[in-house]
Design a protein around this ligand. Structure first.
Ligand code: 13P
Length: 255
C-alpha cells in the first residue's frame, strides 16, 4: 500500500477554493476506486482552519494536519493539540517540516515531543527529515539524517512506543519548491541510509513497517521513479494544489 500525501502548506487563500480542490480530488479518487482497487492511501493536509469543513468518509482518503502541539490542552496561545485534530477526524500529522524548522526554529527536541503526543492520540506522524543545500555541499547529508532521526525519535524509543504508525518523509530541503528534484540515485542512497539507521535505532522491532516517503519537487513526470526505487510513497507540495496534476500522480502510482 503506497502513501501519497498532499501538503497544501499555506494555500489556498479561501475556503471555497479549498473545498473545490478537495472535492475534485475526492471525486476522482472515488471514480478510480469504483473501477479498480485503489492500492494507495491518499492524505490531504490543508491549513488547520479548513479541516473541519473538509470531512472525508471516502475509503483510503484521509485528512492530515501540517503540525500539532505536544500538549493536549491548556494555556498555549495559538497552538492546536493532537486531541483536537483527532476529534476533527484527522488521521495523519506532518511534523518537523523543514519550513517549520527554518522559519519557526523548531528543533528535533520539540519534534520528538510532538511525535509522542501524536502517537498518544492515534495520529500517524509523518516525520520530515532532510539536508539543506549547504549541508549537502559540505557532504553532511548522512550526519544530518542520522542526527534528525536519532533526536526526533529519542522519546519514542525511550517510551518504547510502537513504530508501526510512524512515517518518515525524506525531503532534501534544496529540492523543495525549486523544481530541482533530487536524482533517483541520490534519493535511493538516502533511502538506504535511513533504513540502516532505523535498524540501528530499533534492533529488536521491525522497522521495515515504517513507511518512507520522498518529497521535493515531485510531479507527474518523476513521481513513479521514486516508487520504483523503493520509496513507500510521496509527500507532495506544489503539485498537490493542481487537482489534475495530483490525480495524474495517483494514476501513475496505481499503474
Ligand atoms: P514541493 O513538492 O512543492 O517541492 O514541496 C515539497 C514539500 O515540502 C512537501 O512537504
Amino acid at each position: 500500500m503506497k502513501l501519497i500525501v498532499a501538503n497544501w502548506k499555506c494555500n489556498p487563500s479561501t475556503l471555497s477554493e479549498a473545498k473545490s480542490l478537495f472535492n475534485e480530488v475526492k471525486k476522482r479518487i472515488e471514480e478510480i476506486y469504483s473501477k479498480k482497487n485503489l492500492n494507495s492511501e491518499i492524505v490531504i493536509c490543508p491549513p488547520f482552519i479548513y479541516l473541519s469543513e473538509l470531512q472525508s468518509s471516502t475509503y483510503r482518503f484521509y485528512l492530515g494536519a501540517q503540525d500539532c502541539f505536544w500538549e493536549e490542552k491548556g494555556a498555549f496561545t495559538g497552538e492546536i493539540s493532537p486531541l483536537m485534530l483527532r476529534k476533527l477526524g484527522c488521521h495523519y500529522v506532518i511534523l518537523g517540516h523543514s519550513e517549520r524548522r527554518r522559519y519557526l526554529k523548531e528543533t528535533n527536541q520539540m519534534i520528538a515531543k510532538k511525535i509522542v503526543a501524536a502517537l498518544k492520540f492515534r495520529l500517524r506522524p509523518i516525520l520530515c527529515i532532510g539536508e539543506t543545500l549547504e549541508e549537502r555541499k559540505q557532504e553532511k547529508t548522512a550526519y544530518i539524517l542520522k542526527t534528525q532521526l536519532r533526536e526526533s525519535l529519542e522519546l519514542v524509543i525511550s517510551y518504547k512506543l510502537s513504530v508501526s504508525n510512524l512515517v518518515i518523509a525524506y525531503e532534501p530541503v534544496w529540492a523543495i519548491g525549486t523544481g530541482n528534484n533530487c536524482s533517483v540515485d541520490e534519493a535511493m542512497t538516502s533511502l538506504m541510509f535511513i533504513k540502516r539507521q532505523l535498524l540501528n535505532l530499533y534492533p529488536k522491532k521491525n522497522p521495515n513497517k515504517i513507511k518512507i516517503l520522498y518529497g521535493g519537487s515531485v510531479n507527474s513526470k518523476n513521481a513513479k521513479e521514486y516508487i520504483n526505487v523503493g520509496f513507500d510513497g510521496l509527500l507532495i507540495g506544489g503539485a498537490s494544489l493542481k487537482s489534475r496534476e495530483f490525480i495524474k500522480i495517483i494514476h501513475f502510482i496505481q499503474s
